[in-house]
Design a protein around this ligand. Structure first.
Ligand SMILES: *Cc1c(COP(=O)(O)O)cnc(C)c1O
Length: 457
């Protein structure tokens, strides 16, 4: 410990040290992520086609594989200043508890009302919608963090916010819903009868509790059938990874300030936005051959896109109305087991991260949910923060890595993303405490219908 005594428990950058530009990791990738494809024509989506669904400037960001640094507009920067920089925390207490020679750091993104990193992209997407003169934006939300973040951003900018919330979450998390309504959003449980695609899904699967893919279809339909509305998405897309690079840029600067050199960088992976954001600047160094890091994506064993998915073109939504993305996917027909409580339930993965994983630039592991909640509780009891179940996937693997160091005596430096807080997830914690949580892992047979739903391309 003696060499690290100079490192404070929490490292905060000053306002002046906050990044003024986002970093676009695609600029440093030799193998670019595959383009979005129009399911009708089988050809790459043009900017014009995309601008019917997304805001214009966000379309430009989506398609830009070459510009390395993109300035953060002043209005967004000013909003960031309300809750950023986020701290880089040295987990001294956890290290002590584990008796590990490893040094553990986490970048904590839960210090805002929405409770997660999602606000970093929500404010950017709302800003560009406002700048384009739109009336409002539509979106889906699963666990509710993205919808909350977007409703905060929209109320700040005086934009209408229409949220389709996966029905099971709508019912299990009424307080999330009320936070969104407090910020002025309208929240509809999905599938609903307010859209054609919702009606169709309800007819085919009566009693369904919904899925993210289904809520996306409804939100897109609302946007394209209402004048002055566009659709926004909280993860997966290239533009979202770009906005989330603010996490990695701050983390890297904080590391440099104190001479911290991470060996392993770990993040949970749902659609890939926090992980992509955290690792981007470090991955850039690796891609340019300047430095080496081990990157680990952690996903739930019950929704294993990276570790058991196929790298293929697929729909992002159940209704199959969105463009096709080439990604690691379980198929848009995949719906995670109802016993799955830990979030990260999207069937696909960011095309950027998918390409990097395919090229062997990063690793992925799948973990079972009771082990995730054990890690969450262990962490909460020594570090104080009550982590989101999603974030706890990263905690689980960070602890595993630290315990390996204990065996080998290696003094590795581990950095992980602590994406948010878990106050709205107490139903899942309750299940865990009552011993009612099961570790369902889908069989190959269970995964087959999802794979069968993959389009031929
Ligand atoms: C949404 C969310 C995630 C997963 O999304 P990614 O796009 O994979 O980052 C992880 N943690 C929290 C707290 C979230 O809200």
């Amino acid at each position: 410990m003696s060499t690290n005594e100079k490192i404070p428990y929490k490292i905060y950058l000053s306002e002046e040290e906050m990044p003024k530009e986002w970093y676009n990791v695609r600029a440093d990738m030799k193998n670019k992520p595959a383009p979005l494809v129009n399911p009708g024509t089988g050809k790459p989506m043009t900017a014009e086609e995309l601008s019917g669904v997304f805001c214009k400037e966000l379309v430009d960001q989506e398609l830009d594989d070459d510009t390395k640094n993109i300035p953060i507009p002043e209005e967004i920067f000013n909003f960031y200043k309300m809750y950023r920089p986020s701290p880089l925390v040295r987990a001294y207490c956890l290290e002590e508890k584990l008796q590990t020679p490893a040094k553990i750091y986490y970048k904590f993104e839960g210090n805002n009302t929405s409770g997660s990193h999602k606000l970093n992209s929500a404010i950017a997407q709302a800003y560009y919608a406002k700048k384009q003169g739109l009336k409002g934006v539509t979106t889906e939300t699963g666990a509710g963090q993205w919808g909350t973040a977007l409703s905060m951003a929209c109320s700040y900018l005086d934009l209408d916010c229409v949220v389709y919330m996966v029905k099971v979450s709508y019912e299990q998390k009424p307080f999330r819903r009320e936070v969104m309504r407090t910020y002025g959003a309208s929240v509809t449980p999905s599938p609903s009868d307010t859209t054609e695609v919702g009606k169709k899904i309800l007819a085919e699967h009566p009693g369904t509790t919904g899925s993210l893919g289904c809520a996306i279809s409804e939100a897109v339909e609302y946007a394209v059938t209402h004048e002055g509305y566009r659709y926004v998405l909280g993860s997966v897309l290239n533009q979202v990874l770009l906005h989330q690079s603010v996490i990695g840029l701050e983390a890297k600067k904080a590391c440099e300030k104190y001479g911290i050199e991470p060996d392993v960088i770990i993040g949970c992976a749902g659609g890939g936005s926090n992980l992509g954001g955290l690792i981007s600047p470090f991955m850039g160094e690796k891609l340019r051959g300047e430095k080496d890091y081990r990157f680990i994506a952690v996903e739930p064993a019950s929704c294993p896109s990276f570790t058991r998915g196929k790298f293929a073109y697929d729909f992002c939504d159940t209704g199959q109305i969105c463009p096709l993305a080439k990604m690691y996917t379980l198929g848009s027909g995949f719906i995670p087991s109802a016993s799955h409580a830990g979030g990260l339930r999207f069937h696909g993965m960011s095309p950027v991260l998918s390409q990097l994983y395919h090229d062997g630039m990063m690793d992925a592991v799948a973990v079972e949910q009771t082990a995730v909640f054990e890690a969450a509780e262990r962490f909460a009891r020594v570090e104080g923060i009550l982590p989101a179940p999603e974030s706890s996937h990263a905690i689980k693997v960070a602890i595993d890595e630290a315990l390996k160091c204990k065996e080998t005596g290696e003094e590795k430096t581990i950095l992980f993303g602590l994406t948010g807080t878990g106050y709205f997830d107490m139903v899942a914690y309750e299940k865990f405490h009552n011993g009612e949580m099961s570790d369902y892992v889908p069989t190959d047979e269970d995964l087959k219908p999802g794979f069968d739903s993959l389009p031929d391309l």
